[in-house]
Ligand binder design. Structure first.
Ligand code: F6P
Length: 322
C-alpha cells in the first residue's frame, strides 16, 4: 500500500481536473491512499492536505480550472521552503507526490526529488513549452479559444476593412501564437523565436490589401519583441508613412478559462494514470508526457535543462499560407 499526494501548480490549465481525477482514481484502483494538496506548493508548505476518494473527484472531468487550487509560490524556490514541504508530506506518511504543472512547477519537482522526496511530474500548461512532451494538458483548449477570437475578429475586420492584431499568451514560447495564426489564417504571426521587422509587417499588410484581401489579422505572441503594445505604438508613430492603424485585442487569461475539450480531457486522463504507473514502478524524478502519441517519461533533469523549440517547418508553412 502506498500513500500518494497530488497538487496542481502555476498557471491553471483546462484539463487539470481531469488529471487530478485520473491520479486519484488510478491510485485508489491500486488500493492506495490518495491525498490532495490545496493551492500548489503554498499548501504543501503549510500542510493544507486532505485524503481524497473516488467520489471527491466525481463530476469534475468537464470542468476548467483546478478543484485543488493553484498558486505561484516564491518560498518553494528556496531550500528552506522545500524542506518545510517535505516535512508536511512525511508527517502524513506520504510516499510520493504527483505535481501537475508547467515549467516553473516542474523545476520545483526536480529540486524536491533531488532533495530526497520521490516526485512524478505531469506536463500541464497552456504554453506547451515543456521539454519532454509534444503536448501539454490545456494547450489544445487554449488554442481553440484563441481561434474562436480570431474568427470573430475576422468578421468585423472584413466589414470595416481594418487591420486587427490579437495577442495570445505563451510566456517566452511562440507555440500558441504560431498554431493559432496558422489555423486562423492570419496574415502575419510574430513570435519570440523569430526576429521580426515591423516594416515587414506593414509591407505584408499593404500587399494583402493590394491583392484584394478585405481584412488583415496579425497574431502576436505575448513574448515577442513587438508584442501588442510595441507594435501598435510603432504603427501609431509611423502612421503617416505606413498608412495603417491597428486595433489590438489582448486575449489574456480568457485563454486559460473555460472547460477542457475532448483532447485535453483524454490527454489528462492518460497522463494522470501514467503518473500512477510510474510510481508503481518506483520510477521517480520524471515527467509524464506525450512522445509519438504514447505516454512516456523523461527525467526531470533533462526537462529543466533543455528548452523546447517550436517547429521551424510550421514557421515556414505559416509564411507560405499567409
Ligand atoms: O504559464 C501560463 C501563463 O498563462 C502564461 O501564458 C502567461 O505568461 C502567464 O501564465 C501569466 O501568469 P499569471 O496568471 O500569473 O499572470
Amino acid at each position: 500500500m502506498k500513500r500518494v499526494a497530488v497538487l496542481t501548480s502555476g498557471g491553471d490549465a483546462p484539463g487539470m481536473n481531469a488529471a487530478i481525477r485520473a491520479v486519484v482514481r488510478c491510485g485508489v484502483a491500486k488500493g492506495w491512499e490518495m491525498y490532495g494538496i490545496r493551492n500548489g506548493y503554498a499548501g504543501l508548505i503549510s500542510g493544507n492536505i486532505r485524503q481524497m476518494g473516488t467520489r471527491d473527484v466525481g463530476g469534475i472531468i468537464q470542468k476548467g480550472g483546478t478543484i485543488l487550487g493553484s498558486a505561484r509560490c516564491e518560498e518553494f524556490k528556496t531550500v528552506e521552503g522545500r524542506l518545510k514541504g517535505i516535512r508536511s508530506l512525511r508527517q502524513l506518511g506520504i510516499d510520493a507526490l504527483v505535481v501537475i504543472g508547467g515549467n516553473g512547477s516542474q523545476t520545483g519537482s526536480y529540486h524536491l526529488n533531488k532533495e530526497g522526496f520521490p516526485v512524478v511530474g505531469v506536463a500541464s500548461t497552456i504554453d506547451n513549452d515543456l521539454y519532454g512532451t509534444e503536448m501539454t494538458i490545456g494547450v489544445d483548449t487554449a488554442l481553440n479559444i484563441a481561434l474562436e477570437a480570431i474568427d470573430r475578429l475576422k468578421t468585423t475586420a472584413t466589414s470595416h476593412q481594418r487591420a486587427f492584431l490579437i495577442e495570445v499568451m505563451g510566456r517566452k514560447c511562440g507555440y500558441l501564437a504560431l498554431m493559432a495564426g496558422i489555423a486562423g489564417g492570419a496574415e502575419y504571426i510574430l513570435l519570440p523565436e523569430v526576429e521580426t521587422d515591423p516594416e515587414e509587417v506593414a509591407e505584408n499588410l499593404r500587399l494583402a490589401y493590394e491583392h484584394g484581401k478585405e481584412h488583415a489579422i496579425i497574431v502576436v505572441a505575448e513574448g515577442a519583441k513587438y508584442n501588442a503594445e510595441a507594435l501598435t505604438n510603432y504603427f501609431d508613430q509611423h502612421h503617416d508613412r505606413l498608412g495603417f492603424n491597428i486595433r489590438a485585442t489582448i486575449l489574456g487569461h480568457v485563454q486559460r478559462g473555460g472547460d477542457p475539450g475532448a483532447f485535453d480531457r483524454l490527454l489528462a486522463s492518460r497522463f494522470g494514470c501514467g503518473a500512477i504507473e510510474a510510481i508503481d514502478r518506483e520510477e521517480y524524478g520524471v515527467l509524464v508526457g506525450l512522445k509519438e502519441n504514447m505516454v512516456q517519461t523523461t527525467p526531470l533533469e533533462e526537462v529543466v535543462s533543455n528548452n523546447k523549440q517550436i517547429s521551424m517547418d510550421m514557421v515556414r508553412l505559416a509564411r507560405i499560407l499567409d
